[in-house]
Ligand binder design. Structure first.
Ligand code: IPT
Length: 972
């Protein structure tokens, strides 16, 4: 290798070298007719690019070597580089993987142009074929193509050697917040074309049915042959050659000998436009003919007719101001790290559709090309983002002329690849790379090449949301507080659509205030939505015994968000990686196995296409979509009575125009007292993303006529209350008595936001109870206790009274002024074992919290205790249910206890104490207790999103002063 010219160039420390020998990017999809080179390859891992030949082993392609137990492991850092060298340098220790295999070049490829495509290689790719240097490529997230016609012989075997260098100048602009891996992560293939071929095809299809197809034609031999021509057909409709553009037959000075350009066009009558709600696609076939009419090359495209434009503060699709219900999505998989199959991507998008998402930001690089095919087909608006993040050295690199070529290269190649996808509505210049001349250069290239789409770049927009900008047509901040967005929209100064590129950070138990964001977005013109950070929890399946990634052998060793015994979801540091940023990569709405977290249900309801309102005796149904009627939906009424009765009846949704509201008849008489009316909305027919009958949303309204009779709590003469010497309730079903609780196992938001540290400083995690009085007065027992905290004394009182069938407990807690932000104020007790099922009347069935409760309808719910818990990767407060009025905890023989709550409360029933959760770093360390740990909270702090972004808002904080609550405890 030492005399290898590709190595001698030292391309890994030369940012000016973005490629050598690489073919231009284009939008002609060759996957269909290609020879797949995926599978097992020979492999060796060298310590440096100069390394000598080592031991050959095998590797699976596509596949990062960091996930295949080959001696180099994944490392997680957020934005700091994993090593100290300044750009463009990289460390001397630089793992270099050599992939080698032999391939039989088909004899029938004689005379054809033979092309190698490497789907993605991280971070520098060197290509040798039959020992000869062929090319170099950078950009770990885009394919690289090389013309092998001169180095292989059809009918003979050829040896392909793909050398991948892990660290390089390019690593400094691929510094995204995710695991560092290395290797070939997307498919490798070989294909052949006629020397005369379609070099590129650009499709522009407008909402009004106007179609324009620009084709570039080249001949590998050099000069174009006489008489070639191009035809096109959209379904059965033939395209016509655009006379204005007929450079082939015209005496036009611009006609080139070696670059053929043709424009075809058509007007499609009664076109069905493409939107994310109505992803209508048309099949286009483009054929390149030789003079004799024979076909030299064919290219297939799926066309969506749509317009996108920015009009003042509005982003319009087909003239409509749409809402962006978006998510940031990485190409991630817990077994492969980065390699994702078409089936995996489809599963991602199907899930997102089912939970109401309509937009994806391809954070932070062009995703696998199949993702965009699926987005076109299933219906998503896509912000397509270039693979540029120079986070750690952002300021220096943004203006560094040595990186100028790399910026333009990455942005332009993304656009060249993805320009024909109707789903792509916005280009993004990258992420978190400050702002400099390199961005403007890339923006300039797009503006000229593709004037049909807006572009955005957060780094340019953040300085001034309203100011003119070459690099951003959208004000696309990240993690902006709701108040700031509202203030901007109301300021009269807004000039661009405000669509947050990241908001509502989903780390752990999070996404508090999502509904408040949307209340503002839907009511204030100028606010159009945003992209939640993010889809995935990037936990890698790891074997606990040897600490290695399970790799593909781990298939099936997980479910319901949890790794199988002997395994866990690894996050930063778990592979001995240093430096690392711990659990910050576990910040998605789905677990690493794609199990949705409860916050997904919150989103589903917020994004519901159907809204229900009850106003003065009239029920109103609103169609919240932009383009579709409600015909694709079915509905069923469900009336939940306070006493436990539930009535259901089918419903027909009225024909409501998008954005409009119609009255709807409720089939039941209005009930007495409190009741809840839910419209269970499902798909009426099979959709590409959901079979008929799939639940879409559960809008609910509260009905309240008259006043429900208050339960009587007559004390029972002669009965008595048993307390121990410390005034603690003694009860046959309680393993541990009810005491005051002010603390929760810190969520990631609590930890990173600094709340958990304050709670520890105050001593809330280890409160010591000091009983100061136990008084009996008739049947009542009054117990007064004090808890000394670092912010003053908390006084707690319990008055326990025997009532029919059990006990009534009235409590109060007085928090000193300085204790102005506790986690909860309530009661905690533990039950004996065997009470394994929770039945409750309140919000559910999934987890909900005060600032994340819009998606959990009130009802009579029932779940095994073990299924109440949400297994967040780093154990934390979990499994709470909001607005609970009463519940029972029972054994299979229906014995157990019943709790009634004086007011709707936050309740959690779990196998773990808060301290158990706080002490564990991974879910597999938790040891379930036999009984239940029960929290009844008069007040529970909101979750917020302080791990990255705003904390919860003031209304969800717990004020100091006196809190009172009451509950009853009965034996079943
Ligand atoms: C923002 C990043 O763009 C994203 O990649 C991720 O790191 C996210 O934060 C947090 O998980 S950048 C941050 C400095 C706001």
């Amino acid at each position: 290798m030492r005399r290898d010219p590709l190595i001698a160039l030292r391309p890994w420390e030369t940012p000016e070298v973005t490629s050598w020998g690489r073919l231009p990017m284009n939008a002609v999809d060759r996957r269909g007719d290609a020879l797949s080179l995926d599978g097992s390859w020979h492999f060796q891992l060298l310590p440096t690019p100069h390394g000598c030949s080592g031991e050959w082993t095998r590797i699976e392609v596509p596949g990062a070597w960091t996930m295949q137990d080959l001696g180099d492991l994944p490392q997680y850092t957020n934005f700091r580089m994993p090593w100290g060298e300044f750009p463009p340098a990289s460390p001397a220790a630089n793992p270099t993987g050599v992939y080698e295999r032999s391939v039989d070049i088909p004899a029938e490829w004689a005379g054809r142009r033979i092309v190698l495509q490497v789907g993605a290689a991280e971070s520098v790719l060197l290509v040798h074929v039959n020992g000869r240097p062929v090319g170099i490529s950078k950009d770990s997230r885009l394919a690289a193509e090389f013309d092998l016609s001169d180095v292989v012989r059809p009918g003979d075997p050829a040896t392909l050697r793909l050398t991948v260098i892990k660290w390089s100048d390019a690593s400094h602009i691929e510094d995204q917040d995710q695991w560092w891996h290395a290797g070939i992560t997307r498919s490798v293939l070989l294909y052949a074309t006629d020397p005369l071929h379609l070099a590129d095809v650009t499709v522009r299809a407008r909402q009004d049915g106007e179609l324009r197809v620009d084709c570039q034609v080249r001949d590998a031999a050099g000069a174009l042959p006489e008489g070639w021509y191009v035809t096109g057909a959209l379904g059965g409709q033939l395209l016509v050659q655009d006379a204005e553009f007929d450079r082939v037959n015209a005496e036009d000075m611009r006609v080139s000998d070696f670059l053929g350009e043709v424009r075809l066009s058509a007007t499609v009558r009664a076109v069905r436009p493409w939107t994310a709600e109505t992803p209508e696609l048309y099949e286009l076939t483009v054929r390149l003919h030789r003079a004799d009419g024979s076909v030299a090359d064919t290219s297939h495209h799926r066309v969506g007719f749509r317009n996108v434009e920015v009009c003042g503060p509005n982003l319009l699709v087909n003239g409509e101001r749409i809402f962006i219900r978006g998510i940031n999505r990485h190409d991630f998989h817990p077994l492969t790290g980065r390699t994702v199959s078409a089936a995996d991507m489809r599963a991602d998008l199907v899930l997102l559709k089912r939970f109401g998402f309509n937009a994806i930001r391809t954070a932070h690089y062009p995703n696998d090309p199949t993702l965009l095919d699926l987005a076109d087909e299933l219906g998503f608006y896509v912000v397509d983002e270039a693979n540029i993040e120079s986070h750690d050295h952002a300021h220096e690199i943004a203006d560094d002329p040595r990186y100028l070529g790399a910026f333009v290269d990455r942005v332009s190649r993304m656009v060249l690849r993805d320009k024909n996808h109707p789903s792509v509505i916005i280009w993004s210049l990258g992420n978190e790379s400050d702002y400099g001349a390199n961005h403007d250069a890339a923006a300039g290239w797009i503006r000229r090449h593709d004037p049909t789409r807006p572009l955005q770049y957060e780094g340019a927009a953040k300085l001034d949301w309203a100011g003119p900008s070459v690099a951003s047509d959208i004000a696309c901040p990240m993690y902006a507080p709701i108040e700031d967005c509202v203030a901007h929209a109301l300021s009269g100064e807004q000039t661009k659509p405000l669509i947050q590129c990241e908001y509502s950070h989903a780390m752990g138990n999070s996404n508090g205030t999502l509904a408040d964001h949307w209340a503002a977005i839907e009511s204030i013109p100028g606010l159009q939505g945003g992209f939640i950070w993010e889809f995935w929890d990037h936990g890698i399946l790891q074997r606990v015994n040897d600490g290695r990634p399970a790799g593909r052998a781990g298939a099936g060793l997980y479910g319901k968000g949890v790794a199988a015994p002997g395994h866990r979801w690894a996050y930063g540091g778990d592979f001995g990686d240093s430096p690392n940023d711990g659990g910050f990569c576990a910040d998605g709405l789905v677990f690493p196995d794609r199990t949705p977290k409860p916050a997904m249900y919150e989103h589903r309801e917020i994004a519901a296409p159907v809204r229900l309102r009850y106003c003065r005796g009239v029920f109103l149904v609103q169609n919240r979509q932009h383009f579709r009627s409600l015909e694709w939906l079915n509905a069923e009424w469900c009336l939940v009575h306070e006493d436990g009765r539930t009535q259901t009846a089918p419903s027909v949704l009225p024909g409501v125009l998008p954005g409009s509201t119609e009255a709807i008849a409720m089939p039941f008489p209005l009930p007495e007292g409190e009741a809840w009316l839910t419209l269970r909305v499902t798909t009426a027919r099979d959709e590409a993303w959901a079979p008929r009958g799939t639940e879409v949303c559960l809008p609910q309204v509260r009905l309240s006529t008259g006043v429900a009779a208050a339960p009587s709590h007559e004390s029972v003469p002669g009965a008595s209350v048993e307390v121990d010497g410390e005034g603690r309730l003694v009860h046959p079903l309680l393993a541990s008595p009810p005491v005051l609780s002010l603390w929760r196992a810190p969520t990631d938001n609590d930890e990173i936001g600094g709340m958990a540290a304050r709670w520890r400083d105050w001593g809330l995690d280890a409160l010591v109870r000091k009983v100061v009085g136990v008084d009996r007065e008739g049947a009542h027992v009054t117990v007064r206790a004090e808890y000394a905290t670092g912010a003053g004394i908390v006084r707690h009182e319990q008055v326990i009274t025997p009532v029919a069938g059990g006990l009534r407990i009235e409590e109060s807690a007085e928090l000193p002024e300085a204790l102005d932000d506790v986690a909860r104020v309530g009661t905690v007790f533990e039950t004996v074992g065997g009470l394994d099922v929770l039945d409750w009347y309140g919000q559910g069935p999934w987890e909900s919290y005060p600032d994340r409760s819009a998606g959990a309808p009130v009802g009579h719910h029932s779940l095994p205790v073990d299924e109440l818990f949400t297994p967040y990767l780093r154990p934390q407060e979990s499994g709470g249910r909001h607005g609970v009025r009463r519940f029972t905890l029972s054994a299979p023989d229906a014995t157990g206890l019943a709790v009634g709550l004086g007011a709707p409360s936050q309740v959690s029933v779990s196998r773990y104490r808060a301290e158990d959760l706080a002490a564990a770093t991974h879910h597999d360390e938790l040891v379930p207790r036999p009984g239940c740990v029960v929290h009844l909270d008069a007040a529970h702090r909101g979750l917020g999103t302080a791990s990255c972004g705003p904390d919860t808002s003031a209304q969800y904080l717990i004020a100091p002063g006196i809190h009172r609550w009451a509950w009853t405890l009965r034996v079943l």
